[in-house]
Ligand binder design. Structure first.
Ligand code: 6PG
Length: 486
C-alpha cells in the first residue's frame, strides 16, 4: 500500500501543527501558504523532508491523485478564496477538507458548489487548540461518506485516542461536521461560564483565595468532574504573575510583556471576555430550530455583559455593587462540586438535544454515541462524563434528552439539592449566576409535568385571537374574553 498523502493549504499555527502531526504519524505531507515565512517555518520544524511551496501549481503537482487536501485558513472569505483558486485546478474525485471553524450554512453551500464540479468536500471541526493540533486533536468531519475511507487512516493517525479508539469519525452528511463543532463550542461556552461563576461564588461569596480555589478545582478534577476545563481552571488559579512572555513569542500579540508582580496572574487579567461567534451561532440555530439551550444562551450573553465594562463601572457607582459574602459560605463551598456535576450534565444535555433535532431537520444522520465517543479526548470539552453519555446513547440511540437516561436519574436527584442551595446562596449574596440559575430552571422546567404556559396561551388568544388547545377536547378554540372582569 502506498504512503497516504495529505496536502495542507495554510501553514499558520493550526495548519502547521496539523501538518507536523500528520507527518509524525507517517503521512507524506505537502504544504502551501501564500507567505514565504510560513513555508520556510514549516520546513524548518518538520523532522523529515517535506515539500512546501508558495506556488499552488507546484503544490498540486506534488500530490498524487485523487488528492486529499486540508484547508486551514480563517473562516469566512479566505475559505471561499482558497476554494475558488483550488477548484478549477483539481481533478474529479479529489477531496478538500475545510478544517476551520466555518459557519455550517457556508459549509452546506460549499459542499454543493464543490459537488457540482465533481469534487468531494468535507467540513471538519478541529478542537484542541494549537497543542491539540500538534499532538492529537478531536476531529469532526462531515460530508459524503464514500471518500472518508481514503482519509480515515490519516485522520486516525493524527487524532487523540482514548482507550485505543481515535477521536475522529465520519459524523454524517453535508455540513454535519461543522455543525457538531459549533455545538461543541456552544457547550464549551456554557461550561466555561459555569466554572467562572463557581470561581465568583467562592471568591466573593465565600472569600476564598486563589490557591485554595485552585486546590478545590484540582481536587474536583480527580472525581466525576474530571475534565480538561476543570483541570486548566485549577492551573489558572495557581498561576503566579511571574512568567514573562515576550511579544515576539506570541503571534498576534502586541504591547508590552506580561507583568512580573509575583502575585496571581488571574487577578491582573481584565474582566472582559471576547468571542469569535461560534457560541452565538449555536444559540441562534437552537432558537431557529426551537430547541431550548438556556445555559449556552446566557453564557453568550454573559460575555456581552462582560464587555460593557465602562457601563458596569458607571452603574456600580450609581446603583451599588450587589455582590457580597454569602450567608453560609461553608455550605456554599461544600455544595459546589455536586452542583457543578448537575449543571455540567444539563449543559451537555442541551447540546446533545440540539444535535438530535438538527440531525433530523438537516438530514445529517448523526449518531449521538459517536459524537460522545470522539469528544472523550483531544477537544476542549473532553471529560470523563462523555463515556457515560456514550453508554447512554448506545443503550438508547433515540434518547430525547440525556437527563432522562436511567444512569443520570440518581445523580440528578442527589445533586440538584446542592444546585438549588448554591443558586439560592449565590442569588442571596447578589452574585450573578446566570448559567447556574438557567441550568437549574431548565432542569426544573424539563421535569415539570405542568408549566404555566396555559396563561400565555390564554393571553395570546385574549389580545390576538390566536386560539388555544384545551385539555378536555380536541381542536383549537377561541374565547370571547370578558374585559368587564377588569
Ligand atoms: C476548540 C476551540 C476553538 C475556539 C476558541 C475560541 O475547540 O479548540 O473551541 O475552536 O475557536 O476556543 O473561541 P471563542 O473566541 O469563540 O471563545
Amino acid at each position: 500500500m502506498s504512503t497516504p498523502h495529505l496536502g495542507v493549504v495554510g501553514l499558520g499555527i493550526m495548519g502547521r501543527n496539523l501538518a507536523l502531526n500528520a507527518l509524525d504519524s507517517g503521512t507524506t505531507v505537502v504544504g502551501t501558504d501564500l507567505g514565504e515565512d510560513a513555508v520556510r517555518g514549516f520546513e524548518a520544524e518538520a523532522a523529515s523532508d517535506v515539500v512546501a511551496t508558495t506556488d499552488l501549481d507546484a503544490f498540486l503537482d506534488a500530490l498524487p491523485t485523487p488528492r486529499n487536501i486540508l484547508v486551514m485558513v480563517p473562516a469566512g472569505k479566505p475559505v471561499d478564496a482558497v476554494l475558488g483558486s483550488l477548484a478549477p485546478k483539481l481533478a474529479e474525485g479529489d477531496l478538500v477538507i475545510d478544517g476551520g471553524n466555518s459557519h455550517f450554512p457556508d459549509t452546506s453551500r460549499r459542499h454543493d458548489e464543490m459537488a457540482a464540479q465533481g469534487l468531494h468536500f468535507f467540513g471538519m471541526g478541529v478542537s484542541g487548540g494549537e497543542d491539540g493540533a500538534r499532538h492529537g486533536p478531536s476531529m469532526m468531519p462531515g460530508g459524503p461518506k464514500e471518500p472518508y475511507a481514503r482519509v480515515a487512516p490519516i485522520l486516525e493517525g493524527m487524532a487523540a485516542s482514548v482507550d485505543g479508539e481515535p477521536c475522529v469519525a465520519h459524523l454524517g452528511a453535508g455540513a454535519s461536521g461543522h455543525y457538531v463543532k459549533m455545538v461543541h463550542n456552544g457547550i464549551e461556552y456554557g461550561l466555561m461560564q459555569l466554572l467562572a461563576e463557581a470561581y465568583d461564588l467562592m471568591k466573593r461569596g465565600a472569600g476564598l483565595g486563589n490557591d485554595r480555589m485552585g486546590d478545590l478545582f484540582a481536587e474536583w478534577n480527580t472525581g466525576p468532574l474530571r475534565s480538561y476545563l476543570v483541570e486548566i481552571t485549577a492551573d489558572i488559579l495557581h498561576q503566579p504573575d511571574t512568567v514573562e512572555v515576550q511579544p515576539d513569542e506570541m503571534p498576534g500579540h502586541e504591547g508590552p510583556p506580561a507583568g512580573m508582580t509575583g502575585r496571581y496572574l488571574l487577578d491582573f487579567i481584565a474582566d472582559t471576555a471576547n468571542q469569535k461567534g461560534t457560541g452565538k451561532w449555536t444559540s441562534q440555530d437552537a432558537l431557529d430550530l426551537g430547541v431550548p439551550t438556556p445555559t449556552i444562551d446566557v453564557a453568550v450573553t454573559a460575555r456581552y455583559l462582560s464587555a460593557l465594562k465602562d457601563e458596569r463601572v458607571a452603574a456600580s457607582g450609581l446603583l451599588g455593587t450587589p455582590a457580597g459574602r454569602a450567608e453560609r459560605p461553608d455550605d456554599l463551598v461544600a455544595g459546589l462540586e455536586r452542583a457543578l456535576r448537575a449543571v455540567f450534565l444539563v449543559t451537555y444535555a442541551q447540546g446533545f438535544a440540539l444535535l438530535k433535532r438538527a440531525s433530523d431537520a438537516y438530514e445529517y444522520g448523526l449518531d449521538p454515541g459517536t459524537v460522545a465517543r470522539i469528544w472523550r479526548g483531544g477537544c476542549i470539552i473532553r471529560a470523563d462524563m462523555l463515556e457515560t453519555f456514550r453508554e447512554a446513547f448506545r443503550a438508547d440511540p433515540d434518547l430525547p434528552n440525556l437527563l432522562v437516561a436511567p444512569a443520570f436519574t440518581e445523580i440528578l436527584t442527589d445533586c440538584r439539592h446542592a444546585l438549588r442551595e448554591v443558586v439560592a446562596l449565590g442569588v442571596g449574596a447578589g452574585i450573578p449566576v446566570p448559567a447556574f440559575s438557567a441550568s437549574l430552571a431548565y432542569l426544573d422546567a424539563y421535569r415539570s409535568e405542568w408549566l404555566p404556559a396555559n396563561l400565555v396561551a390564554a393571553q395570546r388568544d385574549y389580545f390576538g385571537a390566536h386560539t388555544f388547545a384545551r385539555i378536555d377536547k380536541d381542536g383549537m378554540f377561541h374565547s370571547q374574553w370578558d374585559p368587564a372582569g377588569l
